[in-house]
Design a protein around this ligand. Structure first.
Ligand SMILES: [Zn+2]
Length: 282
C-alpha cells in the first residue's frame, strides 16, 4: 500500500488527512547546542574523511491551545559555557551549549514544569540531555527505542556506550508513554509523530500543522545534512541502513503529500537561518 493511500485511508490511519488536519498555534525553535566532529565521513561514508564538521542541535516547542510539547531536549545544561564541552563519543564529537533551555523558555515566560509533553526523536545523548528537567511531563518515545536501550550489549562498543549514556540520561520518567508507530498526539492531526527507524531502532520524526506556515516536518535524525537527504547517504553509525533509506523515502513522500517544509535538526547552515525563540512560526 502506498503512503498516499494510507493518508487518505479511513479511521485506522494515524496520519492526518491534509485537507482536514487541525492546527497547532505556534512553533518555536530552541538552541539545543552545537557540536564539532573530527571526521565528517561517519555521516558521509567514503567521502570527507578526516574533515571536521559543525552540527546544530535543535529543540522545538509546540503550543496548541494551553498545551505544550517539547521535541527533544538537547545538550545537558551542565555543559553551559564549558570550554572543554561535553561528549557522547569522545573520540568523534564534542558538544557546546551557549544558552540553557530553561533560560530560553524564560524568554516566553515559561518554565520546564509548564511543558505537558516531551517527545523524543531518539535516545542519542544530544537529544535527551535534559530529561531530568521534565520530571512531570509525559514522555513520548517509540517502544522499539526504549526496548533497544534496555537490551544487552552487543559487539559494537560505540553503540554500547551510546546506550549506556541513554539509560543514564533517560532516568526513570514518571509518565512514560511507549508508542507503536505513528501517533496523533492530540487526536486532531495537528501534531503527529512519524515512525522513521534506521538511525536507531525507534527513531521518529514529527509532522506539525500550522495555520500560516502549513505543514512542517521536524527531521529527528532521519537525515543529518541536506546533501545526505538528496543522495540517500546513510551514516555509518546508523543501526539499519535499509530502514534508513526507507525512512528517507517515506519522508520525501510526506513532504510531497503535505506540501511540507522540512527542517533538518543537525544541518547547521540551514538551521541558523530559521526563526529562534522568542520568534515563532504560526
Ligand atoms: Zn542521533
Amino acid at each position: 500500500m502506498s503512503l498516499d493511500s494510507t493518508v487518505t485511508a479511513g479511521a485506522d490511519s494515524k496520519l492526518p488527512d491534509p485537507a482536514r488536519a487541525g492546527f497547532a498555534d505556534k512553533l518555536y525553535r530552541l538552541d539545543g547546542g552545537h557540536s564539532l566532529a573530527n571526521d565528517e565521513s561517519v555521516w558521509t561514508p567514503g567521502e570527507n574523511v578526516g574533515r571536521s564538521i559543525a552540527f546544530s542541535s535543535t529543540c522545538w516547542l509546540i503550543e496548541r491551545g494551553n498545551q505544550r510539547l517539547l521535541w527533544d531536549t538537547g545538550v545537558p545544561e551542565s555543559a553551559l559555557n564549558d570550554p572543554k564541552g561535553w561528549s557522547t563519543l569522545p573520540k568523534l564529537i564534542v558538544y557546546h551549549l551557549d544558552k540553557t533551555l530553561t533560560d530560553q523558555l524564560v524568554e516566553i515566560e515559561l518554565k520546564p514544569a509548564d511543558i505537558a509533553y516531551v517527545a523524543i526523536s531518539h535516545t542519542h545523548g544530544d537529544h535527551i540531555g535534559n530529561m531530568a528537567l521534565f520530571q512531570n511531563s509525559t514522555v513520548l518515545i517509540q517502544r522499539a527505542e526504549y526496548e533497544w536501550i534496555s537490551s544487552p550489549d552487543g559487539a559494537d562498543d560505540n553503540v554500547n556506550q551510546l546506550k549506556a549514556l541513554a539509560r543514564k540520561l533517560m532516568g526513570a520518567p514518571k509518565h512514560l508513554r511507549l508508542l507503536d508507530g505513528d501517533t496523533d498526539v492530540f487526536g486532531d492531526g495537528s501534531v503527529t509523530l512519524i515512525s522513521t527507524p534506521g538511525h536507531t531502532p525507534g527513531s521518529q520524526s514529527l509532522l506539525v500543522h500550522l495555520k500560516n506556515s502549513g505543514f512542517i516536518i521536524l527531521s529527528g535524525d532521519v537525515v543529518h545534512l541536506e546533501e545526505n537527504f538528496e543522495r540517500d547517504t546513510v551514516p555509518s553509525l546508523n543501526t539499519d541502513k535499509a530502514a534508513s533509506i526507507a525512512s528517507m523515502e517515506r519522508v520525501r513522500r510526506m513532504i510531497s503529500t503535505y506540501n511540507a517544509k522540512f527542517f533538518i535538526n543537525h544541518d547547521k547552515a540551514e538551521t541558523d537561518k530559521l526563526k529562534l525563540i522568542p520568534a515563532f512560526y504560526d
